[in-house]
Design a binder for this molecule. Structure first.
Ligand SMILES: [Zn+2]
Length: 376
């Protein structure tokens, strides 16, 4: 049994003082007590900062960790996609495995408890199975020339906590997109409105359109007038969906998505990746004003210097700390369907305990010194 306290703890959706958290040997929270004077309690571990539950990284590609620094910043959206294809084969299997293992350990040490992880193959699956972090792996179906999803279904059937998901609304023909949605028995995760090129494609314009033309690829899905319409017409309203990036989402897009899904869709924002690739930003204030459900992802080390939840929170701007922390914890856990055990400090749950240090405790804001480390 450990008894843990700090200046503040995130409990019941607020930052509270004088909270003592008791955790048993199975990492389960067994008591949360308000104690007038923590000094008088025996064997309490006291930390300077804020105790938060383990974080949930709502969007990652662990298998791309070996691409750290391999692609120049500012390549732009289509340029980035082409660059990944070009450098992908320059690394050995051991280099890929080592990089994924290092990234997994770093995320755990920084307090990530669970990850929605997108995969194209099975190489790093053993690392995820051995990890302390709880992964939901989604094998993404990708490519306008993809004929069937048999291989993806087979990969998903070989591993626990894994399923299939469509990559995006611009990279799959109609029936393949629908098959991937159908084959998913968990959370769907779709890259969505990351760049203007996706929108322009639906008007036969822009760099994606030009690239596809050059390759001789035709799209059979442009009768949907927008990516949003495609999502709504292809995914039933009772599904649990994570929409990743959303940089180009308008008020109308957000309203249509909100109105369609019975369980609110989660918008997984990865601002570090957007900054790295194109300098764009997610419309965080618009999403907030529309009451959208927001979670935070790191995306991959191909488009981030670090898989840091705090850095991504910081890049979202001057958001009240409790709200940011809810995005990074409870909302991610709900998106994974794991909120009964993760994402909040509650008796009976096993969320892990993480210390958030270096905050402005007076104004309750992140600072450039803010960082997280795992306590339990
Ligand atoms: Zn991604």
């Amino acid at each position: 049994m450990r008894k843990i306290a700090a200046h503040y703890a995130l409990v019941g959706g607020e930052l509270r003082r004088n909270i003592l958290i008791s955790v048993d040997d199975n990492r389960q929270i067994v008591a949360i007590d308000e104690v007038a004077s923590l000094d008088s309690c025996a064997s309490v571990e006291f930390f300077p900062g804020i105790l938060i539950p383990g974080m949930v990284n709502a969007h990652c590609h662990l298998e791309l960790a070996y691409l750290r620094g391999a692609i120049a910043e500012g390549s732009g959206f289509a340029g980035f996609a082409r660059a990944i294809g070009a450098v992908r084969n320059n690394f050995t299997k051991d280099e890929r495995l080592h990089a994924a293992s290092v990234a997994d350990s770093a995320m755990w040490e920084q307090g990530v408890e669970a990850v929605i992880d997108i995969a194209n193959d099975e190489l790093v699956m053993p690392i995820k199975e051995r990890s302390n972090i709880e992964y939901l792996t989604l094998f993404e179906v990708f490519g306008l020339t993809t004929q069937n999803i048999d291989n993806h279904k087979e990969m998903a059937s070989r591993w626990t906590q894994s399923s299939v998901t469509p990559h995006s609304t611009y990279s799959l023909q109609d029936n393949i997109f629908r098959s991937a949605v159908e084959a998913n028995n968990s959370t769907l995760s779709v890259h969505f409105l990351e760049s203007r090129d996706e929108l322009e494609l639906y008007h036969n314009e822009g760099s994606l359109h030009q690239w596809y033309n050059k390759m001789g690829w035709e799209c059979d899905f442009l009768h949907y007038t927008t990516p949003t319409e495609r999502i709504i017409k292809s995914i039933a309203r009772d599904r649990r969906v994570v929409l990743v990036h959303g940089c180009e989402a308008t008020a109308t897009d957000i309203e249509h998505i909100n109105n369609h899904f019975l369980t609110p869709a989660t918008w997984a924002l990865c601002p570090e990746s957007n900054r790295y690739i194109s300098g764009s930003k997610p419309p965080v204030e618009l999403l907030r004003s529309k009451g959208a459900k927001i979670a935070i992802g790191t995306d991959s080390l191909a488009s981030a210097r670090e898989l840091s939840m705090v850095e991504n929170m910081r890049l979202l701007g001057d958001i009240p700390l409790v709200e940011l922390l809810t995005w990074a914890t409870a909302n991610g856990a709900e998106a994974m369907g794991l909120d009964a055990k993760l994402g909040s400090i509650e008796v009976g749950k096993t969320p892990g305990i993480v210390l958030l240090e270096g905050c402005d405790l007076h104004n309750l804001r992140l600072t450039s010194d803010s960082r997280t480390r795992r306590i339990l």
